[in-house]
Ligand binder design. Structure first.
Ligand SMILES: C[S@@+](CC[C@H](N)C(=O)[O-])C[C@H]1O[C@@H](n2cnc3c(N)ncnc32)[C@H](O)[C@@H]1O
Length: 438
């Protein structure tokens, strides 16, 4: 029998970084592909980093933590490494150096362990280089890191420019917020009590979300199996709240999986139809609703084509697919996967979905459009498109979003950002607008 691999968490981190930075695959997908205890190996392509034999949940979590630290600070780590590299090393060696530097400079790993484990990740001919470079990083790295313009280095230039154009000097606070791991936010089923647990227990936020410190494991909180709550960022809970669904109303949730907003709508007693294009994600939505014991009709369909049998709805929630640049705290791979051209194509799909939603709305019906993007093309720019579809903006009133009056835009939409409620742990960046059909 082969010996168990050494260094499993770092090998997992290297596999995750290769997936995101070299093969441009989403971090979540790469995490799912790691061979974990009780799960068979996936067949992997030639030349891909292999994490070795089955990983324990603990090593998988540690590998995820290391990879996320690298992704959050990749620009800064590369800048610290730069003076010690004479030529560009092959990608696996570059990633091993980033892992070693992250452990030395960000994660508090003792130098001998950080250097030794990084050396262990690379083929023999590169061991000397990794050892020499990381020893120098251990000595000079902390001071070098201090002197960097980290916010700029850790953000792709096109995103920085777009956010600067949209938010002015607040771009720095937005980017600083991306360095923090997001807390665990829960939405409670009506009547359920906030679960006790987490190192410091939960904090009730003014908008009704219960917040636990980053790193709290939801499945370990009392009431999870009973379906008392679901995971949903504080900002993500606002669109369904602003739709104001009522018992007995016919409500459609377009682009519904994994179902956080469907659950909110179903909990009001409205008759909810959830539409989701991706069958695998639809299955997850079904599982989530079953755990929560909340009813909704599920339709697996493309919402731009779905004819609803001619039905019209009193209210529609359109939580449209987007570039997800508002979720970088939770998904530090997003800046390295998205490209400028993804923004106009996402905006085009959002316009098509908005037009389809407008067609299925009863006269006088309400529609909420939401995207978890910080890009103005996927948010503010849709206000004009909505007007052309006969949708009148129904302005959000500050009292509808307690503690977040600053997120209400002059036009009456809602724009949340990762740096809002910074002292409480921030929130995802969302654009939300509510309309009424004439
Ligand atoms: C932002 S996520 C929705 C999150 C969900 N509303 C929640 O709160 O849990 C967008 C979803 O839209 C789905 N989707 C993308 N294009 C679609 C389309 N044309 N019709 C229906 N669903 C679509 C994606 O598969 C994805 O599950």
């Amino acid at each position: 029998m082969a010996n168990p691999p050494q260094n499993p968490a770092r090998r997992a981190a290297a596999a995750l970084l290769e997936a995101v930075l070299v093969r441009h695959r989403p971090l979540e997908e790469a995490l799912d592909a790691l061979p974990t205890d009780g799960k068979p190996h996936r067949v992997r392509g030639k030349g891909e980093a292999r994490p070795g034999a089955a990983l324990s949940p603990r090593d998988k979590a540690a590998g995820h933590r290391i990879a996320a630290a690298v992704l959050r600070r990749a620009g800064s780590l590369d800048a610290v490494l730069e003076p010690f590299l004479r030529r560009e090393p092959p990608p696996p060696v570059r990633n091993a150096l980033r892992i070693g530097a992250a452990e030395l400079l960000l994660l508090g790993t003792p130098p001998h362990a950080a250097v030794g484990s990084a050396v262990d990740l690379v083929p023999k001919p590169f061991a000397g280089l990794v050892n020499a470079v990381l020893r120098r990083v251990a000595e000079a790295g902390p001071a070098a890191l201090e002197g960097l313009d980290a916010e700029r280095l850790d953000t792709p230039g096109w995103l920085w420019s777009a956010w600067h154009a949209a938010y002015g000097p607040a771009v720095r606070a937005i980017v600083a917020a991306h360095r923090q791991e997001a807390p665990l936010d829960l939405s409670l089923k009506p009547g359920a009590a906030a679960p006790e647990g987490g190192p410091e227990g939960g904090e009730m936020l003014p908008t009704g979300t219960v917040r636990y410190p980053a790193g709290t494991r939801v499945t370990e909180l009392a009431g999870f199996a009973e379906g008392d709550f679901w995971v949903q960022d504080a900002a993500a809970a606002l669109p369904a709240r602003l739709l104001g669904a009522r018992a007995g109303e016919r409500v459609a949730d377009l682009c519904a999986a994994p179902g956080g907003k469907t659950a909110q709508l179903a909990a009001t007693g409205a008759q909810v139809t959830a539409v989701e294009r991706d069958p695998k994600r639809a299955a997850r939505l079904e599982e989530n609703l079953a755990r929560l014991r909340l009813p909704a009709e599920l339709v697996v369909a493309d919402a731009t084509q779905w004819d609803a049998g001619g039905a019209v709805f009193d209210a529609i929630l359109l939580d449209a697919p987007c570039t997800a640049t508002g979720t970088i705290r939770r998904h530090p791979d997003v800046p390295w996967l998205k490209r400028p051209k993804d923004v106009p194509s996402a905006a085009e799909l959002q316009r098509a979905l908005l037009a389809a939603a407008a067609r299925r709305l009863a006269p006088g019906g309400r529609l909420v459009l939401a995207t978890c993007s910080l890009q103005a093309e996927e948010g503010e720019a849709h206000l004009a498109a909505a007007a052309a579809l006969g949708l009148a903006l129904d302005p959000v009133r500050p009292e509808e979003v307690p503690g977040l009056a600053e997120a209400v835009t002059p036009a009456g939409a809602l724009r949340t950002r990762p740096d809002l409620w910074a002292e409480r742990g921030g929130m995802d960046g969302f654009f939300v607008a509510r309309f009424r059909k004439a």
